[in-house]
Design a protein around this ligand. Structure first.
Ligand code: UD1
Ligand code: UDP
Length: 382
């Protein structure tokens, strides 16, 4: 029998981190011919992940521009992928999550009548403008895809509510697979300031923030709250690897430059990020990936958003929805920094997002769908 040609398509940092272990798994399967295409919607932040996981994509569309808009990203991906599909015709295209690359990848494959598999399927806030444009991206990919790899049972229920019941597998999130390869007891950071931090006697607060729906006043308020938290807690070291988006860079530096216990640093590579998180006291973030990683490492998370499509950690008691309001962010952070009982209540490990075996389940699900396995994989039960 011919090998199945499976092409993974991704473009941004989080997609790369979550697709890398899957590409490796597909490469290990003798029945699969694995191909990888990057759009490079992110350039430096993508390349950093490709380096760490030693991935060499066969196709690179290199689309990133300094001030890219949703339309430029989407149109460049569509045109570039059309050419790729004229060169090779995969049996299945895999896209991940909810970015513009994800949506354009699924749409470009659909235009060529190539089957689409959606990894990290079924996350929903049910608010079309938040997160923006991710909620609509992933909903539309849910319509385009034939295969849906849901991280959790709740994600599958979301698809059911939209009438999607065929080709659905509950696998866990591949980020937990990635996490198992990166965290080490002994670790030296490339950024020396991180080697010199006093992780024992200081409370290291790890921050990230980048979402488009937070641009403007919400991001201003978040940054003011961070400044206030650092000012009022000399025992805190606030470490913030700032996303390369010019909007985020300007806002973060305007509010936080020059503060003694705030480290604004360049984006970390993924090994550094996971190891820093493992050594932190608390995580403040609007990132999807960090919301999944921190519970697995036993770190409380304050989510800097009004809603989340990842309610599992909130339900497990390790994350709280802080919102984007200055007063509430400061109040919740104060509580976790000043009240050991409140901290202890949240600082326990939970694994609602996966057991580290999502990639083998996805590969098995693909082989089952194409008639190369008699049974579907056992689902992940969170
Ligand atoms: C994108 C995704 C978002 C995801 C985020 C992960 C969309 C619409 N948004 O948002 O879902 O959560 O990635 O980080 O798909 N830049 C660089 N170098 C890089 C990366 C970005 O310089 O390696 C700068 C560029 O100026 C670029 C800007 O950041 O124009 C914004 O990048 P873009 O991909 O458009 O948006 P993100 O906010 O990163
Ligand atoms: N990350 C990283 N370096 C950083 C910030 C984040 O490696 O400086 C990783 C993080 O551990 C997670 C992923 O990038 O795996 C999340 O990406 P991001 O927050 O950009 O996007 P989101 O998950 O919100 O889509």
């Amino acid at each position: 029998m011919d090998k199945l040609k499976v092409m993974t398509i991704f473009g941004t940092r989080p997609e790369a981190i979550k697709m890398a272990p899957l590409v490796k798994e597909l490469e290990r399967r003798p029945e699969i011919d694995s191909l990888c295409c990057v759009t490079a919607q992110h350039r430096q932040m993508l390349d950093s992940v490709l380096d760490i996981f030693k991935l060499k994509p066969q196709f690179d569309l290199d689309i990133m521009e300094a001030s890219q808009t949703l339309s430029t990203i989407t149109s460049k991906c569509l045109l570039g992928l059309e050419k790729v599909f004229h060169e090779v015709r995969p049996d299945l295209v895999l896209v991940h999550g909810d970015t513009s690359t994800t949506f354009a990848g699924a749409l470009a494959a659909f235009y060529q009548q190539i089957a689409v598999g959606h990894v990290e399927a079924g996350l929903r806030t049910w608010d079309r403008y938040s997160p923006f444009p991710e909620e609509m991206n992933r909903s539309m990919v849910g319509r385009l895809a034939e295969l849906h790899f849901c991280p959790t049972p709740a994600n599958r229920r979301n698809l059911e509510a939209e009438g999607v019941t065929e080709g659905v597998f509950v696998t866990g999130n591949t980020v937990i697979d990635a996490l198992q390869t990166t965290v080490a007891e002994e670790f030296r950071f490339g950024e020396d300031v991180l080697n010199r931090l006093d992780y024992r006697n200081k409370k290291v607060v790890l921050v990230t923030c980048h979402r488009r729906e937070n641009y403007g006043q919400p991001m201003e308020d978040i940054m003011s709250a961070l400044a206030q938290i650092a000012r009022t807690h000399p025992d805190v070291e606030l470490v913030y690897p700032v996303h390369l988006s010019p909007v985020v860079q300007k806002c973060a530096h305007r509010h936080l430059d020059g503060m003694e216990n705030v480290r604004l640093i360049a984006p970390l590579d993924v090994e550094e990020m996971h190891n820093l998180m493992a050594r932190s006291y608390l995580v403040l973030t609007d990132s999807g990936g960090l919301q999944e990683e921190a519970p697995a490492l036993g770190k409380p998370v304050l989510v800097l958003r009004r809603e989340t499509e990842r309610p599992e950690a909130v339900e497990a008691g390790t994350a709280k929805l802080a919102g984007v309001d200055y007063g509430r962010i400061v109040q919740l952070a104060d509580q976790l920094l000043d009240d050991p009982a409140a901290y202890a209540q949240m600082a326990h490990a939970a694994n609602p997002y996966g057991d580290g075996r999502a990639c083998p389940r996805i590969a098995d699900g693909i082989l089952y769908h194409f008639g190369r396995r008699p049974r579907p994989p056992e689902p992940f039960l969170s």
